[in-house]
Design a binder for this molecule. Structure first.
Ligand SMILES: *[C@@H]1O[C@H](CO)[C@@H](O)[C@H](O)[C@H]1NC(C)=O
Ligand SMILES: *[C@@H]1O[C@H](CO)[C@@H](O)[C@H](O)[C@H]1NC(C)=O
Length: 206
């Protein structure tokens, strides 16, 4: 009987987690450079994306070249925000569950010849003052996704694109996913292992 109750409880709990997960309150999904509308629901993922207009005051919005706008390409990549001015340009993102919460930060990029120069840029991305990654693209249609596990030190986080004199930095999308419980983390060991390396303090920073 005890075990039966336990199973029922487990089932209800799982159901709660599923329902809870569908509410996107732990999701921040930003389509960078979106100008036509303030937000939309992505058709394939049903994820709610908002424009980046309210969280950054620099940069330019561009559509990618129509020749790279394949019908299968997710809408987040149809436009970018680029930063021809200043060395360093930063987004200020609210962290949904604030200080000390554990989050997955994800930044996504596709060049798509948005500037008509047919020239792939290279640049760096930082979380706050910490170097996160160097961005390099193989071709105009390669989608590059960078992820990092980030424990928030305040209610917001700065994600910065830094010009390294190898072209104009740009970004397609930025996402935060709150990592609620330990189970989720255990399922993501590979990811943790990969990205903790990038978080070490003695990492060489240019
Ligand atoms: C999601 O949950 C939050 C509170 O946890 C609530 O304020 C919000 O309205 C919910 N959103 C939807 C779409 O149900
Ligand atoms: C991108 O293209 C759409 C039409 O598809 C247009 O409404 C929008 O203004 C364009 N954005 C920019 C930044 O030119």
């Amino acid at each position: 009987m005890g075990i039966f109750l336990l199973l029922v409880f487990q089932l209800l709990w799982n159901l709660f987690i599923i329902v809870h997960a569908q509410n996107q309150s732990g999701f921040v999904s930003i389509d960078c450079g979106l100008v036509d509308e303030a937000s939309y629901i992505d058709e394939t993922t049903s994820i709610y994306y908002t424009s980046d207009a309210s969280i950054i005051d620099s940069g330019e919005c561009h559509n990618i070249s129509s020749k790279y706008k394949a019908s299968s390409l997710s809408k987040q990549f149809w436009n970018v925000r680029s930063f021809p001015e200043r060395i360093r340009n930063c987004y200020t993102l609210n962290v949904p569950q604030g200080r000390s919460s554990k989050n997955l930060l994800r930044a996504r990029f596709m060049y798509g010849d948005y500037d008509g120069r047919d020239s792939l840029p290279q640049f760096d991305i930082y979380v706050g003052s910490k170097w996160w990654e160097s961005l390099v693209f193989e071709d105009p249609t390669s989608v590059v996704t960078k992820e990092i596990i980030y424990v928030a030190s305040s209610d917001y986080v700065h994600v910065c694109l830094v010009n390294t004199n190898k072209g104009t930095p740009f970004i397609s999308a930025l996402e935060i996913r709150v990592l609620n419980n330990d189970a989720y983390l255990i399922n993501s060991m590979e990811l943790l292992a990969r990205y903790d390396i990038g978080l070490q303090d003695d990492k060489i920073v240019r």
